[in-house]
Ligand binder design. Structure first.
Ligand SMILES: N[C@@H](CCC(=O)N[C@@H](CS)C(=O)NCC(=O)O)C(=O)O
Length: 316
C-alpha cells in the first residue's frame, strides 16, 4: 500500500516526459505508485500539491513535491542512489543532453506527430496547448512542414548513431556513453519513444540509417523494472495531508538576487505553462529551489524546482 515514503508519479501513459521518469524507475528497479492525471487543464487534484504548476509529470514523496523531470531525476538519484544512473565521469553531461532532447528535438517530434494526427487532435486539446504556450497550435501548418521536420528529426537521430558508432573502449558502443546505461540514455530515449507511440513506421524508416541506434533502443526496451501500484488523486492528496515534508535546515547559498530563507517568492517555467507558484524559500541554491506552501487540502507542502528553466521573483 502506498504510504508517506512511496514514490508517487502523477502522469499519463502517452506523456514522453513521464516516460523518462518511468524508465529511470525501471532502471533503478524501484516500486512506485501511479496517479493518472488529465493531459490538459483542469487538474483539480494536482493543483493543491503543486500550487499551480501544471506540467506532466510531477513526483510526490509524502509532502514533498518535485516539479520538472530535471528535478525528479535528481531527487531519485539522491534518495535512491543504487544503482547509480548519473555515471561516474559523466556528471553534468546528462543535463546538457537533456536540454537538447527536451528543447529542439522534442519540438521537432511535436511537429511531426501532431502534423500527422491533424484533424484527429481534439479542439479542446488544441485550445489548451495554445493557452499553455501563448502560440497557435496549428496542426495544418505542422502537417505542411512535416516532410522537412522529418528530415530534421532523423538528422538528430544520426547524432545518436554517430555517438554509438564511436563507442567507448573495449566492448563499448552498447550505450550512448560509457559501459552501462545511465541518465544520458534516459534522455536520448524520450523522443524515439514519443514518435514510436504514433508513428512506428517512420521510426523504422529512420532506423534504416541508424542500425546501432535501433539495437540500442531494443536494449533499452528490455529493461523491465516493477509494475506500479495504481492509486487515485484523492489517495495521493490524503498521503500528502498525513505526511510532513522531509526536514531540511533552511538555507540560501550565494543567491544572485539575494534571496534569504523564509522570503516569499514566485517560481514559474521560463518556456510554456508559465504558471507562477508562490511560497516561502526553504532552500535555494544555484541548482534548486524548495518552497514551503500551505494548502487547505494538502496542509504543509515543500515544492521542489530546478533552477534551469525556471524564473524566480520576489513577491512583495
Ligand atoms: N520541462 C518539463 C517539461 C514537461 C512537459 O512539457 N510535459 C508535457 C507532457 S509530456 C506537458 O506538461 N504537457 C501539458 C500537460 O500535460 O498538461 C519537464 O522536464 O518535466
Amino acid at each position: 500500500m502506498a504510504g508517506p515514503q512511496s514514490i508517487i508519479l502523477h502522469h499519463y501513459d502517452r506523456s514522453p516526459f513521464s516516460e523518462k521518469v518511468r524508465l529511470a524507475l525501471r532502471m533503478k528497479n524501484l516500486g512506485w505508485a501511479s496517479v493518472e492525471i488529465p493531459s490538459m487543464m483542469p487538474k483539480p487534484l494536482l493543483m493543491p500539491l503543486t500550487g499551480g504548476y501544471r506540467k506532466t509529470p510531477v513526483m510526490q514523496i509524502g509532502a514533498d513535491i518535485f516539479c520538472d523531470t530535471a528535478m525528479i531525476l535528481r531527487a531519485l538519484e539522491e534518495r535512491f542512489p543504487m544503482p547509480q544512473l548519473d555515471l561516474p565521469g559523466h556528471e553534468g553531461l546528462s543535463s546538457m543532453v537533456g536540454a537538447w532532447v527536451d528543447g529542439k528535438w522534442f519540438q521537432t517530434s511535436v511537429g511531426i506527430i501532431f502534423g500527422a494526427l491533424g484533424d484527429q487532435v481534439p479542439e479542446d486539446f488544441k485550445k489548451d496547448r495554445e493557452k499553455m504556450s501563448g502560440r497557435p497550435f496549428d496542426t495544418a501548418a505542422m502537417a505542411a512542414a512535416a516532410p522537412m521536420l522529418r528530415d530534421q528529426w532523423r538528422a538528430q537521430l544520426m547524432w545518436v548513431e554517430e555517438r554509438l558508432a564511436g563507442g567507448q573502449g573495449a566492448g563499448g558502443g552498447q550505450w550512448v556513453i560509457g559501459m552501462k546505461p545511465g541518465l544520458v540514455d534516459v534522455h536520448v530515449h524520450m523522443n524515439l519513444w514519443f514518435v514510436e507511440q504514433t508513428l512506428p513506421d517512420f521510426l523504422e524508416e529512420c532506423f534504416k540509417s541508424a542500425p546501432r541506434t535501433k539495437d540500442w533502443y531494443v536494449r533499452m526496451k528490455e529493461i523491465e523494472g516493477q509494475a506500479p501500484e495504481t492509486i487515485t488523486g484523492e489517495d495521493a492528496l490524503d498521503i500528502a495531508l498525513n505526511a510532513a515534508p522531509r526536514l531540511k535546515a533552511a538555507k540560501t547559498d550565494g543567491e544572485l538576487q539575494e534571496f534569504v530563507p523564509g522570503e516569499k517568492v514566485a517560481v514559474a517555467p521560463d518556456d510554456y505553462g508559465r504558471d507562477w507558484v508562490e511560497g516561502e524559500i526553504v532552500i535555494a541554491s544555484a541548482e534548486q529551489i524548495i518552497l514551503h506552501r500551505h494548502d487547505d487540502q494538502a496542509e504543509t507542502i515543500h515544492v521542489h524546482f530546478p533552477r534551469t528553466g525556471f524564473m524566480v521573483r520576489r513577491v512583495e
